[in-house]
Design a protein around this ligand. Structure first.
Ligand SMILES: Nc1ncnc2c1ncn2[C@@H]1O[C@H](COP(=O)(O)OP(=O)(O)OP(=O)(O)O)[C@@H](O)[C@H]1O
Length: 341
């Protein structure tokens, strides 16, 4: 697809992502770039300038593009952006389906006949990436799910049901429950737990992926805010999203098929690809899973307690119709007497 680009040039605005999201809701493809980039090579059809100190900004680079520029005031209203889009004559054809079609084509071109590995956690980002890459290259993709024993109730089974059975993807499930729980034995510091879980994940993933023979690409669920924030005008906000913190020198090329999408767009793409609604709209879940919802040292009893109580809470919240309006809700297992052995 030959995309018409609406460029948001960011002079350090706090609302840069908001402006891009509004434009995209009008089906216009929009990217956010800091003003120090080579804007000309992006060939935009129009530009919106945003910035908290925009009045003092040097707009010569933007003006030299010779395209329409919306540059007055920092807080651009939805109406203002929509009418600018209309005046500029955008085709407004950037839809979820158009994105998928384009992404599938690009993935096929990039991958050719090579092999791709996806670390599938069952979270929104890796799930949508897996579905998208599978649509593009079918069985050239292998997904690997590491069950570390810290998942929510029914989650490992659900991953198998959706990706293994419904989609029919090549899916390898690694049962590493004992291995993780042994490493975590007696550890009560939450930061220490996180570190152990992260490091163990990398070890398991490396060991198991080696058994698969040569894999050329690794799928990574980078999303657009990761990119905008890592190259923001205000300096690096946070480092790039990474598959469980794998080292930089891994022997894979990265495939990042949703790196131009905001989270809600990732969800919409997931639904369009046939992932269940509940899977793509689920609440954020911490990487170290239930391990950090047990206060103090983790035992199998405590894990079971927090897993069951979490399942009950989620069921009740859903029954009350609140599961999409409350951003985060969870149960915690305190280090109480009841569990003393
Ligand atoms: N148990 C797991 N099995 C396989 N891959 C995993 C697992 N946990 C994490 N990963 C990989 O590491 C990536 C980053 O994990 P993190 O916990 O930070 O999740 P995230 O950024 O919310 O992404 P997602 O929505 O895919 O879970 C995931 O996208 C996935 O590729």
């Amino acid at each position: 697809m030959n995309k018409e680009l609406l460029l948001v040039v960011d002079f350090g605005a706090h609302n840069n992502q908001q402006v891009a999201k509004i434009a995209r809701q009008s089906k216009v493809y929009c990217e956010v770039k800091p003003d120090n980039q080579d804007l000309e090579k992006l060939n935009p059809k129009a530009v919106i300038v945003v910035g908290d100190d925009e009045v003092d900004a040097d707009l010569s680079k933007v003006k030299s593009l010779n395209v329409p520029v919306l540059e007055k005031g920092n807080l651009k209203s939805v109406e203002e952006i929509e009418s600018f889009i209309k005046v500029c004559g955008f085709t407004c054809d950037w839809t979820v389906d158009a994105f998928i079609e384009d992404a599938v084509k690009q993935i096929r071109e990039t991958v050719g006949d090579k092999k791709v590995l996806c670390a599938l956690s069952g979270g929104v980002d890796s799930s949508v990436c897996a579905a998208l890459v599978y649509k593009a290259i079918g069985n050239q993709l292998t997904c690997m799910f590491v069950n570390h024993g810290l998942m929510r109730k029914g989650e490992p089974e659900l991953i198998d049901q959706i990706f293994g059975r419904q989609f029919g993807m090549p899916l390898i499930t690694i049962n590493a429950v004992d291995r993780f729980l042994e490493k975590l034995d007696g550890i009560d510091e939450p930061e220490r737990k996180r570190k152990i879980i992260g490091e163990e994940f990398i070890r398991v993933f490396e060991e198991e992926s080696r058994k698969l023979g040569k894999m050329d690409f690794l799928v990574q669920g980078t999303i657009y805010p990761d990119i905008i924030e890592s190259v923001s005008n205000k300096g690096v906000v946070k480092s790039h999203h990474n598959v469980g913190g794998l080292p930089e020198d891994i022997d894979f090329q990265l495939l990042e098929p949703v790196k131009w999408l905001f989270k809600d767009e990732v969800r919409a793409v997931g639904e369009a690809l046939g992932l269940p609604h509940e899977q793509v709209w689920r609440q954020p879940f911490p990487g170290p899973g239930l391990g950090v919802r047990v206060v103090g040292a983790i035992t199998r009893d405590k894990l079971e307690f927090v897993r069951e109580s979490d399942a009950i809470l989620r069921e009740e919240i859903a029954k009350a119709g609140l599961d999409q309006s409350i951003w985060q809700y969870f149960t915690v297992c305190p280090g109480c007497e009841y569990f003393a052995s």
